[in-house]
Write a protein that binds this ligand. Structure first.
Ligand SMILES: Cc1cc2nc3c(=O)[nH]c(=O)nc-3n(C[C@H](O)[C@H](O)[C@H](O)COP(=O)(O)OP(=O)(O)OC[C@H]3O[C@@H](n4cnc5c(N)ncnc54)[C@H](O)[C@@H]3O)c2cc1C
Length: 384
């Protein structure tokens, strides 16, 4: 391997670009090559579910062009280039017919949307939105349309429901759960968000699923398992994400729910690292921005020569439902304790307390959402 081999970063999402920025703060010389399957525009993915609320089209959500990123970060960027394999022994990436040598390789290639296989001839009207290009395609298809059905009542489904209502679209949400964001919010907080969204005009069809999507005119008719039928112009599928692990597993890297890395973001193969939505860091798969920022800062230090472990602090998440502001910090999955809830209308303060009364997690809605900062200081960090 030549000593001139570059650091290669696969992915130009928040993980890849944040890492490159952090490296360049400390080292402007080491050659870096970034590779991305998409157009390489820099954007903040959480903003995709705020377009109507902020009055922005897809172009308005882009923060910098690929050329601007190349100049700013002094690196080589290859857009519309898909990695098809990794050869850890040779220290090479496989890009179709081509091979590219690396000194260090960073996998920041995100998570794939889960696609349901639903019967019916209306599939072309179904959109998943997991990057800026997806969002651009969705906004183009939305021109002149009025009715959107959303499959999934998780964080992303609820945020799009609020945003589309703010854009004056009719919104139906279909989901198998009894409540909204079931993995994230305790029931009273979920009910508060539901009442906020219903107050805005969102219609919920819970405890059922879409079984059939038939083309009808320029839109579709959805048939639900409970027998209901809904007409819509477009459908958003927001039923979940799965870390991209296949290429890593095929190359012999350890994978589990994500690509397995330790706190130094090292995979099981020498000189290969992973962070962001694709990574399982010391047992944690957290598809959020705060963990990837902390990881990028630690990994940049390692890559410039000072091996550094990431330490996850408290990781609260703001749910972007302005009709019912919501902040949540879920307790660890193995935490023992109970939710203590104060609720008045849409204002809910739910604290998850352990045996000695210590706060291990929280969910805050309405006027209590502002308590997020103060409570985050009480909750123990993920990595003590
Ligand atoms: C609508 C929405 C709202 C969100 N809101 C919030 C929020 O409020 N707060 C929060 O903390 N988090 C939020 N998230 C989650 C957060 O945005 C993600 O955790 C984060 O953006 C993931 O960044 P990433 O760089 O790891 O992955 P991605 O942004 O998915 O980037 C992956 C990159 O890898 C490239 N790639 C993939 N496969 C290949 C391949 N084989 N070859 C070459 N390139 C490849 C892609 O082209 C892309 O450039 C939200 C997510 C969505 C979708």
């Amino acid at each position: 391997m030549s000593t001139a081999a570059p650091i290669v970063i696969v992915g130009t999402g928040l993980s890849g670009y944040t890492l490159a920025k952090e490296i360049r703060k400390q080292d402007n010389e080491t050659p870096i090559i970034m590779i991305t399957a998409d157009d390489g525009f820099s954007y903040s993915k959480p903003m995709l579910s705020t377009g109507f609320t902020k009055g922005k089209e897809a172009d308005g959500l882009a923060q910098a062009s690929p050329d601007a990123m190349v100049e700013q970060l002094n690196l080589e960027l290859r857009t519309y280039t898909t990695v098809t394999g990794i050869d850890p022994d040779a220290h090479e990436l496989v890009l179709g017919d081509e091979r590219l040598g690396y000194s260090k390789l960073v996998l920041a290639w995100g998570a794939d949307v889960i696609r349901l296989s639903i019967e019916g001839d209306g599939q072309e009207h179904v959109f998943s939105i997991n990057d800026l290009m997806d969002y651009r395609a969705f906004r183009e298809a939305l021109q002149g349309r009025k009715r959107v059905a959303i499959m999934g009542a998780g964080l992303i489904g609820c945020e799009f429901a609020n945003d589309l209502r703010n854009g004056d679209y009719e919104v139906d949400v279909v989901a198998p759960s009894e409540t909204l964001m079931p993995g994230l919010l305790p029931r009273p907080a979920a009910e508060a968000v539901r009442s906020g969204l219903e107050g805005l005009g969102v219609r919920f069809h819970l405890e059922t699923v879409v079984e059939h999507i038939a083309a009808k005119g320029n839109g579709v008719t959805l048939t639900l398992a409970n027998g209901e039928q809904l007409d819509a112009d477009l459908v958003i599928s927001a039923v979940g994400l799965r870390p991209r692990t296949e290429l890593a597993a095929a190359a012999g890297l350890a994978t589990n729910r994500g690509i397995v890395v330790n706190r130094a973001l090292e995979t099981s193969a020498p000189d290969i690292y992973a962070l962001g939505d694709c990574a399982e860091v010391d047992g944690h798969v957290l598809l959020y921005v705060l963990p990837l920022m902390a990881s990028a800062r630690a990994l940049a230090k390692t890559l410039v020569g000072e091996r550094t472990e990431v330490k996850y602090g408290t990781m609260p998440v703001m749910v972007k439902t302005p009709c019912c502001p919501t902040a949540v910090c879920p307790p660890p999955s193995d935490a023992r304790g109970n939710w203590e809830v104060e609720a008045e209308g849409q204002d809910v303060r739910a604290l998850f307390k352990g045996a000695s009364g210590e706060v291990l997690g929280f969910a805050l809605t309405g006027r209590y959402a502002v308590e997020k900062q103060a409570l985050s200081k009480e909750v123990p960090p993920i990595h003590s």
